[in-house]
Each structure stands twice: as C-alpha cells, then as structure tokens.
Design a protein around this ligand. Structure first.
Ligand code: 1CP
Length: 373
C-alpha cells in the first residue's frame, strides 16, 4: 500500500505554492499562512457536521475528514489544509483503548506505566492505515494545487498521554520514567516513534506535501533532558519518512517540528531531522533565528525556515492591537531564510472565525521582502 509515487506527483503540483516555496527558502508571491487547529470548534460548520459523532470516530470517516479539512481552507483562504485527525489516532488504530473526552482531551482505558505495560503494546498493522490513506487521497484531490500538511505526535507528547492516561500539566509521569526506569522509557518512546512514523508515512505517500511533528509538551523538559532522553526518538519518527523528505528538491517533502516553550532548544528540534522549526509566542522570530544561527548542528545547518508566532491570546484584542502584532510577527520573520505565518499555538475554540479571515487577508496584503541569499 506504500506507493511513494503519489508523493512525487502531489509534491509536483504544490511545488510552486506559497507554503512550499517559503519552506524551500525561496521567495513566495505572498506570505503563506495557516493556523494550528484551524479546523474545529471555532467553526459553526464544523460543529454542525460533527453533531452526534465522537471525535476519534470522525477521524476514521474519510469523507467527513475531507470535508472538515476543507472547511477552514474555503472560509479563510489559508495557504494549506492540515489533515483532520489527532495525535492519538494511531493508538486507536493499533487497538489501544483511547477516547477523546469532550472538554478533557485524550483519555486511555489503561495508562502505560510499567515494563510489562510497554511490552504488551500492540504493533500498528499497516493495513489499519488504509483509512488514513483513503482520507488523505480524497482531501488532496479536492485541495488541488494547495498543499495538505500531514502530522503526527512526537514520542514525548504521545508518551505524556500514555503514561498519565490523560492530559496533565507537568507531565511528571513520563519525566519521572525517563530517569527512574530509562529502559522502559526508551521502549515506550521507541514504540511511539514507530507508530508516529507509520502515521506520517501513510499521509505523505498518499499525497501530503509537508508534515509536522507536534511535540506540544516538550517545553516541560530541560534542554539537557530533551537532548539525552527524547531527541533520538523524535529523530526516529522523522527517519521513517527521510527517504521522502527534503525541502530543496521537487518531490521532497518539508518536515516541520513544533513544541510549546521550546525556545531554549530550538536547535535540538532542528537537529532531530526537521527542515523548519515552529516557534511559540515567548520569543520573537528574529531571536529564534539568532539562536539557531548561534547553535549550528552536526550537519552544519544553522538557520532554517521558521513558522509562527502570532499570540493566540491577541485574537480577542481590538483590531488595531491585533493588526500591529501581526505586522510585527511578519517583519520579525524576515530575518529567517523562510517564514510560514501561523499562530504560536492552536486556535482557541471561542475565537470569532471572521477575525481569522481578516488576519489572513492582512497577511496576504503585506509585501514579501527579498531575502539575503
Ligand atoms: O471534539 C472536538 O472537536 C475536540 C477537539 C479536538 C480537535 C478539533 C481534539 C481533541 N483534536 C482535534 C483535532 C486535531 N488535533 C488536529 C487537526 C485539526 C487542526 O489542526 O485544524 C491536530 C493537528 C491535532 C493535534 C493534537 N492533538 C495535538 C498537537 C497540537 C496541539 O494543539 O498542541 C495535541 C496535544 C492533541 C491532543 C488533544 N486532542 C484533543 C485535545 C483537546 C487535545 C489536547 C488536550 C490537552 O490539553 O492535553
């Protein structure tokens, strides 16, 4: 079922899009913009089609996935669709009891806390991913020359839900495990890297033109712990698609890497194998760029394209305040070799969607500067 030909085909048709051009480090005709969580509860049309359907069930209905992915593209004219799914979908597909409880988030029937728990984890059968491949193909067909971004959860963030069994604030469970029982931690993180790698691959071979690894909760780690206990597992997830990746060539899919509160170790996110790095609201893009340049990787790379970082808290502010902030973000991003405009984290559910449409119009109206080669 793994036909990378589709990757090349799809990457060709989106190669000149603003998103892929910016991620290649070239000059797009307009600033590309999309929003994390652009699909979802900020949209009345989303609430309507989801009525009576469980969150994870909806992720396994290809035509519904296509529709929900398209909704924000139609409404806001964003420069990419983000595949409608969830980071815990591969767990469900592997047969693990997991539910997304409204108002809570992912909840597992059985938290994974001991060596025996980890040893009992089922592998994810490739055929279980057929439903994902079908949903991606359908969506890519409707998006045409506009890119679809695929995604997966990074091992640490996935493991955070698996060990705690539900959302938590401090992620003590996985952070304790990596020190108290490194062997079990490594086995769990390797498992998570494997299923996330499979999930990413299924989306890319079916036509996603870019992919993002979400390590949303990595900011609860120190840079040293990230480097020692986490980075190689995220690298393994990227490695699963490395033969399809590469921002510089037609057919090569750019890989984005994002975590909240990871400003102290953006270079470690880059060095896990990413082509571009996402930045949250805690530092400017110019500062993120400076830090990457100051910490070149073993492969010699310093600067890479950046994604971010409009503070979602400002979505409720008066338009003049929001506009000034958006203009600042766009100006700050000019330092990097490429800039994909996004929020610093997901769209808050209470956001007025007309505000987002207006932000997209504003960003598209701002001239794209020449970049130093
Ligand atoms: O019923 C609903 O509408 C529930 C809300 C919801 C939605 C719309 C959840 C539950 N997941 C999703 C879809 C989703 N999840 C997408 C695709 C939609 C889009 O971006 O437009 C993506 C990319 C995700 C990824 C995801 N899920 C992340 C990483 C991104 C991030 O926000 O940091 C994480 C951490 C999750 C777990 C999760 N799933 C859902 C919730 C509410 C949460 C977070 C729970 C927590 O606070 O720990």
């Amino acid at each position: 079922a793994d036909h990378p030909l589709r990757t090349t085909e799809s990457a060709r048709s989106t190669a000149d899009s603003a998103l892929i051009t910016a991620l290649r480090g070239a000059r797009p005709e307009r600033h590309p913009v999309w929003f994390m969580r652009q699909a979802g509860r900020s949209l009345p049309e989303y609430k309507k089609v989801r009525e009576g359907i469980g969150m994870l069930d909806s992720c396994l209905m290809p035509d519904l996935v296509r529709e929900i992915t398209m909704q924000p593209v139609r409404r806001h004219d964003v420069d990419a669709g983000i595949f409608f799914s969830d980071i815990v979908v591969p767990l469900r597909l592997a047969g693990i009891g997991v539910e997304i409880v409204p108002g809570v988030g992912p909840v597992l029937d059985h938290p994974v806390r001991t060596a025996a728990d980890v040893a009992a984890l089922p592998e994810l059968e490739d055929s279980a991913l057929d439903v994902i491949r079908e949903a991606v193909s359908l969506t890519v067909g409707e998006l045409g020359s506009r890119p679809l971004i695929g995604f997966a959860g990074a091992p640490f963030t996935l493991a955070a839900y698996m060990v705690e069994g539900r959302p938590s604030r401090d992620h003590f469970g996985p952070r304790r495990m990596m020190h108290a029982d490194p062997e079990t931690w490594n086995a769990l993180a390797s498992w998570a890297a494997r299923v996330s790698g499979q999930f990413l691959r299924a989306q890319i071979v079916s036509g996603a033109s870019a992919a993002q690894l979400f390590d949303s909760w990595a900011g609860s780690l120190s840079a040293a712990d990230y480097r020692a206990h986490v980075q190689r597992h995220s690298a393994a997830a990227f490695e699963a698609v490395a033969d399809l990746a590469g921002p510089g060539v037609v057919g090569g899919v750019p890989l984005l890497h994002f975590g909240i509160g990871t400003g102290d170790f953006l270079h470690h996110l880059r060095d896990a194998g990413a082509s571009a790095v996402g930045v949250d609201h805690r530092l400017t893009l110019a500062e993120a760029h400076r830090r990457l340049c100051a910490n070149p990787g073993p492969d010699g790379r310093g600067a890479v394209p950046l994604q971010g970082n409009i503070d979602p808290a400002l979505l409720g502010a008066p338009w003049e305040v929001l506009e000034a902030h958006v203009r600042e973000v766009v100006a700050s991003g000019a330092a990097a070799p490429g800039h994909v405009v996004n929020l610093a984290h997901g769209v808050p559910p209470e956001t007025d969607p007309t505000e987002l449409t207006r932000v997209v119009e504003l960003i598209h109206s701002i001239d794209v500067p020449e970049r130093p080669a």
